[in-house]
Write a protein that binds this ligand. Structure first.
Ligand code: MG
Length: 174
């Protein structure tokens, strides 16, 4: 069975914060505000994976009230979510991310983002797409208030088969 999930995230720009997108630290005079490293692309991708498994969202798994996730590396968060997908019997098919950012120019960083995210999820870079668009100056994002990202993921969930002893529990799919 192929399952599909959707993810969305948005963070405001903040001075004095590093800008981390797809696990790449990008030279910028501003970063994104957030409890973790505020990596919107990793957050959207993680939510898409959790969505595909009907397993809540990153807010429920990694609450921003928990000091453990303060300034957390979101690639690590994505790695944990991918491990959870596998533990639930899922195999990640592909992840496609769309970044909405007026600034900075992201094109030069996209290969490194894909590589980072693929490694974190334990899949080939060819299964990870990161695309970026500006907002043509429209709306809050167009006025450079922050950056948003959307993601879609597919997960193949194996049909129950083989020896009963090898069956995996899939509580979230019940
Ligand atoms: Mg977030």
């Amino acid at each position: 069975m192929i399952r599909t999930g959707i993810g969305f995230d948005i963070h405001r720009f903040a001075r004095g914060r590093p800008l981390v997108l797809g696990g790449v630290r990008i030279e910028s005079d501003r970063g994104l505000a957030g409890h973790s490293d505020a990596d919107v692309i990793c957050h959207a991708a993680a939510d898409a994976l959790l969505g595909a498994m009907a397993d809540g969202d990153i807010g429920s798994h990694f609450p921003d009230t928990d000091p453990a996730w303060k300034n957390a590396d979101s690639l690590g968060l994505l790695r944990r979510v991918a491990a959870r997908v596998r533990a639930l019997g899922g195999s990640i098919g592909n992840v496609d991310c769309m970044v909405l950012a007026e600034v900075p120019r992201l094109a030069p960083h996209i290969p490194a983002m894909r590589s980072n995210m693929a490694r974190a999820m334990g899949i080939a870079p060819g299964r990870v797409s990161v695309k970026a668009t500006t907002l043509e100056g429209l709306g809050a994002l167009g006025r450079r208030a922050g950056i948003a990202a959307q993601a879609v993921a597919t997960v193949e969930v194996r049909a129950r088969s083989g020896a009963a002893g090898k069956r995996r529990k899939t509580p979230a799919l019940a």
